[in-house]
Design a protein around this ligand. Structure first.
Ligand code: FES
Length: 165
């Protein structure tokens, strides 16, 4: 009778220890695993629409540079990407937005009002005010962004699209 009681007590202690141990493991382990896995399960953040501010602030007929940075999040990896775009407001709500990346070897172009050209400093590539390649090695026009105007603000959609002319 005593042996049986001892055995039952021993079994009970073993079972209780296993139960408490399991509870502790679950309490610590599940949140830890969730924390470690969550970035890889999360979708890439969508920051594809960029607000360039009130359309009215852009002068008509003068390409105006707007710069911004986007952080691309992919799981644990975070990458900062800086963008430069030229806003060309032609009249009223008629607006076009060009990338400042030269289509030759990706140098950043700048606007030269005296020549009415965007010029790439690397190999003297020239683009006219509409972003068309006019001289030098660039093989095609500056890339362009889809635009949207909402409540007086100008938005662009990333990424830029390639133009053929
Ligand atoms: S990178 Fe612009 S002309 Fe070469």
């Amino acid at each position: 009778m005593t042996d049986k009681h001892d055995l039952n007590r021993r079994d009970f202690i073993k079972a209780a220890t296993a139960f408490v141990g399991g509870l502790i493991s679950m309490t610590i382990g599940i949140p830890a695993i969730a924390y470690l896995l969550s970035p890889s399960l999360r979708k890439t953040e969508d920051e594809s629409v960029v607000n360039l501010g009130p359309l009215e602030k852009y002068p008509i007929g003068i390409p105006t540079l707007f710069e911004f940075t986007r952080t691309k999040v992919n799981g644990w990896e975070r990458t900062g990407i800086s963008y430069g775009v030229f806003v060309l407001r032609q009249s009223g709500k008629d607006v076009r937005v060009f990338s400042d990346i030269c289509t030759h070897l990706a140098c950043r172009v700048t606007w030269h009002s005296d020549q009415q050209h965007y010029i790439s400093p690397c190999h003297d590539g020239h683009f006219d005010i509409m972003g068309n390649n006019v001289s030098g090695p660039p093989p095609r026009p500056l890339d362009e962004f889809v635009t949207k105007i909402e409540d007086g603000n100008l938005y662009i959609q990333l990424p830029a699209f390639k133009r053929t002319s």
